[in-house]
Design a protein around this ligand. Structure first.
Ligand code: GLY
Length: 611
């Protein structure tokens, strides 16, 4: 040992230390030998030095934790075992094991008497633990609640908070301080108010971030979405004999029916003058219109369409029928195969238009929101303590002292519905809220914890904590749908508009042509009549309006071929009349001028084969 000391001193620059001035012990060598020859059991175990470097046999050290002015042993270190809580004497009899998983020490108390490892620096709070207020909930304790028989708190919110705090680059010593009497759910707005008054340093719990509260506190990013929704009793809708009517709304049925008749009539008008299939006695024609239009429903119409306009209208109509048919089939299939749930309450709008009582969770901001923002009368609001109360009130219904529906945050109601399949969320979420941790204004913790919550969300920890506490719904495993919406006219009006416009345009073009033809036909008739009896009053009577209308209608009703052949006949008559006259005149004139007379035929009439 002395030689070791001498060597160290020499290494430190012995020439400057004036070692020669030191008095030497002559028996040093013998002393060293005597020490190296020691082999005994001391208070710290066996003392023996082993060659070649004279190290102590089985060296071992205690590891102590200095706490304030005292200390506490937290384990041992030895060559053989590394760090261990077992004393080395017991370990030297075992084979050496220094794997990192076996390196243990007792709990360490860090400055501040905390067992949390320091992360550089501590949240400055004058050495005091932060007083974090937690709502002492009596229902939905999966979110936050006192562990029975202890003064600790557990739940989804607590787990999210501890996970977020562990992400911070510094330690946050805190203690949870309950708020609430344990009999009723406390008002969280009141808790936030107390925090802003300095009673608490922060709030951890199911605190919804709403305008009133953000005026008093700073919130972290929301760690769960939880808007307000309506829950109402639902019944399984059984299929019945009239299920086939359900796919379309009444308006849709009415408009579809009207269009079948209109299209049938339009095709009849366009085809009537040309097509024998659309002619005959009036009763037969009505039947033809109905039969034709209804058979297009199955693309099974037998009547030919010969006019161009008729074909255009028909092809557009068949396209409309195709869409209506396939939508009807799809909707009816889902109605008959998927279990349907129905409720007379469709959402918050239905509640607005009635005077039935509405339930809300005691202590929740939902009551103020419904009364102050949505204008529901206070007398309609019924406070409910917990899920059992909710279930009882919903089952009793509005006329037997219960409620028509319950308005609450989605997170609670998902838990409520997980075991109660007779109820369902009806209508959409009508507010977009989330829950966050609240801190006094300008607290750096709100910002840092927001970042930590985003990290938890990105690495999936938030979802894992959610799955741990908020189990998936038992009812959601059933293949239930909340009343498949009927197909409404609003989804089809574009199709009907196109078809209607096509019909109108076709009719317009048809009447333009028919009026043109009629006036040509009239001119021919008038000249024929004038030629036949120039002085007769028949020509005058044709100009009367009613007669003209009658003539027009009978012209429209007449088959085109007949009109054409009659016109031909008349022109031939006229031509022969003129021939006769001019033959008489011609004899006189020719005899005077010697000119040759030619006859022309009417080329305008009867050249077209349809419209
Ligand atoms: N989550 C209940 C409330 O914020 O009032």
């Amino acid at each position: 040992m002395l030689s070791f000391l001498y060597n160290r001193l020499a290494k430190l620059g012995g020439e400057n230390l004036r070692l020669d001035a030191m008095r030497m012990l002559d028996g040093g060598k013998q002393l060293l030998e005597s020490i190296l020859n020691v082999d005994m059991n001391g208070v710290t175990g066996r003392v023996k030095f082993l060659p070649p470097d004279d190290t102590l046999i089985h060296p071992a050290y205690e590891v102590i934790n200095v706490i304030g002015t005292g200390h506490q042993r937290i384990g041992y270190w030895s060559n053989q075992s590394g760090l261990s809580i077992d004393p080395p004497e017991t370990l030297y009899s075992n084979p050496g094991n220094q794997s990192s998983s076996d390196q243990h020490l007792g709990p360490v108390f860090w400055p501040g008497k905390t067992t949390q490892k320091p992360r550089g620096w501590v949240f400055p709070n004058n050495g005091r633990h932060l007083a974090i207020g937690v709502p002492n909930r009596v229902s939905y304790r999966e979110f936050i609640g006192q562990v029975p028989g202890t003064d600790t708190y557990s739940g989804y919110c607590i787990d999210v908070f501890t996970a977020a705090v562990s992400q911070l680059p510094y330690a946050v010593p805190y203690k949870l301080v309950p708020f609430g009497d344990g009999v009723e759910n406390p008002s969280l707005t009141e808790l936030v108010r107390l925090m802003s008054a300095g009673v608490y340093d922060g709030i951890v719990g199911d605190v919804a971030i709403i305008t009133n509260r953000t005026k008093m506190a700073d919130f972290t990013q929301p760690y769960i979405e939880s808007g307000l929704v309506v829950v109402a009793p639902v019944m399984t809708r059984s299929s019945n004999a009239w299920a086939f009517m359900r796919p379309f709304s009444p308006a849709m049925w009415a408009v579809t029916g009207i269009f079948f008749l209109v299209v049938g009539a339009v095709i009849w008008i366009l085809e009537h003058r040309l097509n024998d299939d659309f002619r005959g006695p009036p009763r037969r024609q009505v039947v033809t219109i109905l039969w034709f239009s209804l058979s297009t429903l199955f693309f099974a119409h037998r009547e030919n369409t010969v006019s161009t306009l008729g074909r255009v209208v028909l092809i557009i109509w068949l396209f409309v029928v195709l869409i209506i048919n396939s939508s009807y089939t799809a909707s009816l299939t889902s109605i008959l195969t998927v279990q349907q749930l129905s409720s007379p309450i469709k959402g918050i709008e239905t509640l607005r238009t009635s005077n039935d009582p509405i339930g809300y969770q005691q202590g929740s901001f939902a009551r103020n929101y419904l009364v102050e923002e949505l204008g529901f009368h206070e007398s309609r609001m019924v406070p409910l303590k917990g899920p059992e109360d909710c279930e009882r009130a919903l089952k009793a219904g509005p006329h037997k002292g219960g409620v028509a529906a319950v308005v609450d945050e989605q997170s609670y109601l998902e838990l409520f519905l997980s075991t109660r399949c007779d109820f369902s969320i009806v209508g959409p979420e009508f507010t977009r809220n989330g829950w966050g941790f609240a801190f006094p204004k300008d607290s750096p913790l709100a910002v840092d914890l927001s970042t930590a919550i985003l990290k938890l969300s990105e690495n999936g920890d938030l979802q894992r904590i959610h799955d741990k506490w908020l189990m998936s719904s038992a009812c959601s495993s059933q293949t239930t749908t909340f009343q498949v919406d009927r197909l409404h006219l609003s989804s089809f009006w574009g199709l009907f508009l196109i078809c209607g416009l096509a019909c109108l345009l076709a009719l317009f073009l048809y009447f333009l042509k028919i009026v043109r033809k009629f006036s040509r036909h009239q001119q021919a008739d008038v000249s024929h009549a004038a030629a036949a009896a120039a002085s007769s009053s028949a020509a005058l009577s044709l100009s009367s309006a009613s007669v003209r209308l009658q003539t027009f209608l009978s012209f429209v009703d007449e088959k085109e071929e007949e009109v054409v052949s009659r016109s031909r006949r008349q022109s031939l008559d006229r031509a022969s009349n003129r021939n006769d006259c001019e033959a008489v005149d011609g004899e006189t004139q020719d005899s005077k001028s010697g000119r040759r007379v030619e006859f022309s035929t009417n080329k305008d009439i009867g050249t077209e084969n349809g419209i």
